[in-house]
Design a protein around this ligand. Structure first.
Ligand code: HEM
Length: 167
């Protein structure tokens, strides 16, 4: 099955018909999008807490390992909900979203945010015990925090922009 056939298959499913409102109840899209926005708010809010700490700007008295351990489980739950709700919204108009520039850029910047996180996690964070309370945190940690904030804001910007470009 090629990509176009897969997109067409997704879009003609019962789930897609329900979400896009063509199957009767018209509120599915708005309700799922509300959940998507709430999950995104929790996702970005918790990421921002850690990123601002990495920059040394917020909660400087909380050790970085402790903050990460307490906050990041919420981030992962929010990420999972964002992925599920985002995929449901996508399916409703799969053939349109897949070729929408803002959607493609949103996915690209999400990938870059993931790569930034992986570099941080497997890089300077492995030695976090050594700089757990250090202020300012080491340069690679500050850079990871700054890139993360910029990349996630761009993801959110693209997500908002998508809604204005898709009919
Ligand atoms: C996990 C990180 C994500 C973030 C930060 C994010 C962010 C956003 C934002 C801010 C909106 C705009 C909501 C509004 O109109 O107020 C949005 C809408 C949307 N997102 Fe996401 N999203 C994420 C994941 C995903 C994924 C994984 C998909 C699909 C595979 C997706 C698909 C969509 C779709 C289809 C819309 C609706 C656009 C429209 O109104 O036509 N999102 N997203």
């Amino acid at each position: 099955m090629n990509l176009n056939a897969l997109l067409q298959y997704l879009q003609s499913s019962h789930v897609a018909a329900a979400i896009s409102g063509t199957a009767g109840w018209e509120w599915w899209f708005a309700n799922i999008e509300t959940l998507h926005v709430l999950a995104v708010a929790l996702l970005f809010g918790t990421i921002l807490m850690v990123d601002l700490r990495l920059l040394g700007l917020a909660t400087p008295r909380t050790a970085i390992i402790r903050l990460s351990n307490e906050v990041l489980p919420y981030t992962w739950v929010a990420f999972a909900i964002s992925m599920v709700t985002g995929t449901l919204l996508f399916v409703s108009k799969a053939t349109v979203y897949a070729y929408n520039l803002q959607f493609q850029l949103k996915m690209l910047f999400m990938l870059l945010a993931g790569i930034n996180m992986a570099i941080f996690h497997f890089g300077v964070y492995r030695k976090a015990r050594a700089w757990n309370d250090a202020l300012p945190p080491p340069l690679p940690a500050r850079l990871a925090g700054a890139f993360s904030i910029g990349l996630w804001i761009t993801v959110i910007f693209m997500g908002r922009w998508m809604g204005f470009t898709v009919q």
